[in-house]
Design a protein around this ligand. Structure first.
Ligand code: DOR
Length: 432
């Protein structure tokens, strides 16, 4: 190829769903990949060095809290997009528990416009399942779907009423939507602040039993079977949930699932510090749950690694454990946590969990998730899988600092991120 312009990603190992090969990637000025192969002629092109690195599709996060509108002191679409780009993400799905909630076209448009203005990540919006996320009446899916919303969820809460959830699935099915669920039975979880078990007893903190999650996972699998809708089960945290999804998939139920990085790297023992940094919903569970999540990621039961990036200001995260809101940052540590902690998985599996598999769930496969091939949109991540680094929350691009991994040594670092042909991150530095 003789390109007089554009960008060339030089000297990396490309991994996508078609396999692994050594190749350069040439990107045209129109943001599309124009060639993939060894030793491309990059005369005149801007070179991004990828030696020693892996070149993959840009990551896709199914579960990001961007806090805009309403809680811009914790995060904005722009600051969250910057954190996403630094984490290797080319696309994120914004969760609807904003103020006001994302439950109609006007708020969807606001989020999408803010994402486009920031230009650091392809910000997609989820839409609420119920009006106001109140769990009482269905939200207007049609007007949100018309703006490209594909994932509907009341995330932050589960939809409690079975009949309403059935109708939501029936309605969603007519527009090929994915009904996603924060699985938690309120009457079992309310008043709880951490996993119910030995540590909650020892610490005197009221617990949330695994059953609060598992009963809703089981219910929604049953409703997906009943309605023929596709259900996506968010942030699974227990061994029982993983088993339920495994069995449902084997029986042909249309369900997918995600696990967060914190649910395969931390346990409820962390709460012994009484630090609200470890308060999250669903709560951190026990060793056997962590092992089951890892096994679910390894055998394909769990389709995607999600961040549940949930920024909160220092002011509220410094409240006592029982008063602080749940949630932790995740966008900038996801890749490294996966590479460091998922030793039983191949690099190809980890890349799949971060790219083509979530892209397929979000309905974004036409432009995200790969393959890295001529004619495709150049949404790419270049990372060094071996670089060792220590997490320093002060260096985050997020407006918030609620990172539970301070001081943790990880391996694997994003070097460049490319969004529709334009580098958003070069050599670990955000470009805007
Ligand atoms: O820990 C959590 N934080 N879990 C949720 O479901 C909501 C999220 C938030 O919005 O802070």
């Amino acid at each position: 190829m003789s390109s007089g312009s554009g960008t060339i990603v030089r000297g990396g190992r490309v991994i996508d769903e078609t396999g692994t090969r050594r190749a350069d990637v040439a990107i045209g000025d129109d943001g599309q990949i124009v060639a993939v192969g060894p030793d491309l002629d990059g005369t005149g092109a801007t070179t991004l060095d990828a030696s020693g690195c892996v070149v993959t599709p840009g990551f896709v996060d199914l579960h990001t809290h961007l806090r805009e509108p309403g809680r811009e002191e914790a995060e904005t679409v722009e600051s969250g997009s910057r954190a996403a780009a630094l984490g290797g993400y080319a696309a994120v799905v914004a969760m609807p528990n904003t103020e006001p909630p994302i439950d109609c076209a006007a708020v969807v448009r606001q989020v999408l416009d803010a994402g486009a203005a920031a230009g650091l990540c392809d910000v997609r919006s989820s839409g609420a399942v119920t009006a106001g996320r109140k769990g009482e009446a269905l939200a207007p899916y049609g007007e949100m779907a018309a703006l490209g919303v594909r994932i509907f969820t009341d995330d932050g809460n589960g939809v409690q009423d079975e009949g309403l959830m059935r109708r939501a699935m029936e309605y969603g099915r007519t527009m090929n939507a994915v009904m996603a669920q924060h699985c938690e039975i309120d009457s079992l979880a309310s008043g709880g602040h951490m996993n119910e078990g030995a540590w909650s007893s020892k610490l005197g903190i009221p617990g949330i039993p695994a059953e609060a999650e598992e009963l809703m996972v089981a219910r929604d699998i049953a409703l997906a079977k009943l309605t023929g809708a596709t259900v996506h089960l968010q942030h699974l945290s227990t061994a029982g949930s993983v088993d339920l999804v495994r069995t449902a998939k084997a029986a042909g139920v249309r369900c997918t699932a995600e696990a967060t990085t914190h649910h395969f790297t931390l346990t409820d023992e962390c709460c012994a510090s009484y630090s609200p940094l470890f308060k999250v919903n669903p709560p951190l569970r026990i060793d056997s749950d962590v092992a089951a999540i890892k096994a679910g990621l390894a055998d394909g039961t769990i389709d995607a690694i999600a961040t549940d990036h949930a920024p909160h200001t220092q002011e509220v995260k410094e409240l006592p454990f029982d008063e602080a809101p749940p949630g932790m940052l995740g966008l900038e540590t996801a890749l490294a946590l996966a590479l460091t902690e998922l030793g039983d998985l191949s690099l190809e599996q980890i890349v799949g969990l971060l790219t083509w598999r979530p892209a397929a769930i979000a309905g974004l496969s036409d432009m995200h998730g790969g393959p890295v091939a001529e004619g495709r949109a150049a949404n790419l991540c270049v990372f060094d899988p071996e670089t060792a680094w220590t997490v320093d929350p002060a260096r985050s691009a997020s407006r918030s600092r609620n990172n539970p991994y301070a001081g943790r040594k990880l391996k694997g670092k994003v070097r460049h991120t490319i969004l529709f042909g334009t580098p958003t991150v070069i050599d670990g530095e955000a470009q805007r």
